[in-house]
Design a protein around this ligand. Structure first.
Ligand SMILES: Nc1ncnc2c1ncn2[C@@H]1O[C@H](COP(=O)(O)OP(=O)(O)O)[C@@H](O)[C@H]1O
Ligand SMILES: [Mg+2]
Length: 308
């Protein structure tokens, strides 16, 4: 089967990370007797006629049986990028992941609201729009260090550790300038995790891999693979599996990477990723994670065909 994959990378400047992932997808598809065709977001023109559609380079929209959406974008152009994904949905293309789940998971604030709403344990977290309230926030969180995050970060960029109130206030002064600035997230620091967390990879309600990530660089508290985090297979408790499934279901994602941090008061969810990286989890588990996604995509395409 021909499976399409949407990427937001620039076709003229595909970075190494994206290229590695595309290779993993292409090799996995080939092994399973399928084929991957990449669609670049830049080559998608939105069309409004009798109904919303798209004009794509050399591809007819009705020939797309399923679209794997790799939402590899961060802060810029969010509205348009989300709308582009939505347009595929309006044009009746089955998506993994869908537009709304991607939107929910892309914003750390929205994710927190969803996790909170479903009573899923998370570290104590504040979203702050003005430096004036920092004292109260710190009093409630308890002590330094605290974790400061931007709402749209990924791969550990936008996540920092603040050792003092003076430092925190001055950084917030830089980040929040006037009413148009995005708020920031201040979170209790889980010291006992010692730079380690668990990344669970879920595809279609199944855990296809789980790895422990350990920050290795000197002074580094972030365990992200692309920041040099060491990875190895993780053993998960029943409780951890349950909360991972619950988080992914709450966001409505088909494919997700859930970050779980082990704290002295039990496991907690750090975030839910709509575009989890393949390289680290493939290396840690030795499993064909891209292949699992392809198999799931084929299943969705067949199911959709039956429904037509
Ligand atoms: N509250 C926290 N306490 C301790 N470590 C944290 C905390 N929040 C994040 N980290 C570390 O930083 C990493 C990146 O944070 P995360 O919220 O997952 O953002 P990103 O989207 O950039 O991956 C985590 O994998 C974890 O190792
Ligand atoms: Mg993360």
């Amino acid at each position: 089967m021909l499976i399409h994959l949407l990427t937001f990378s620039n076709p003229d400047r595909i970075n190494e990370l994206t290229q590695i992932e595309l290779n993993l997808f292409e090799e996995a598809a080939q092994r399973l007797g399928h084929e991957i065709k990449v669609i670049f977001a830049r080559d998608c023109q939105l069309k409004f006629d009798s109904r919303p559609g798209l004009v794509l380079k050399g591809i007819k929209i009705k020939d797309i049986k399923v679209l794997i959406v790799r939402a590899n974008f961060l802060r810029s152009n969010l509205e348009f990028r989300h709308s582009l994904i939505r347009q595929f949905e309006l044009a009746k293309v089955p998506l993994i992941n869908g537009y709304l789940p991607i939107m929910k998971a892309k914003n750390k604030l929205r994710t927190m609201q969803i996790l909170g709403q479903h009573k899923i344990p998370i570290p104590k977290t504040y979203i702050v729009s003005h430096p004036e309230y920092i004292d109260d926030v710190i009093t409630d969180i308890g002590s330094f260090p605290v974790i400061l995050k931007t709402l749209a970060g990924s791969h550990g960029s936008g996540v920092s550790i603040m050792e003092s109130k003076r430092g925190l206030k001055s950084v917030i002064d830089i980040l929040i300038k006037g009413d148009d600035s995005d708020p920031v997230m201040i979170q209790e620091y889980v010291r006992e995790s010692k730079g380690t967390d668990i990344r669970v990879f879920i595809v279609g309600k199944r855990i296809v891999g789980a790895m422990e990530r350990i920050a290795t660089r000197r002074g580094e508290f972030r365990s992200n693979f692309h920041l040099g985090g060491r990875v190895r297979v993780a053993e998960m408790s029943k409780e951890e599996k349950k909360m991972a499934f619950k988080s992914v279901a709450a966001c409505g994602l088909d494919i997700a990477g859930v970050d779980i941090i082990r704290t002295k008061t039990g496991p907690k969810i750090l975030e839910v990723n709509a575009n989890p990286g393949l390289e680290g989890i493939t290396e840690a588990t030795g499993r064909d994670i891209a292949g699992e996604i392809i198999k799931y995509a084929v299943k969705i395409a067949k199911k959709n065909k039956l429904q037509k």
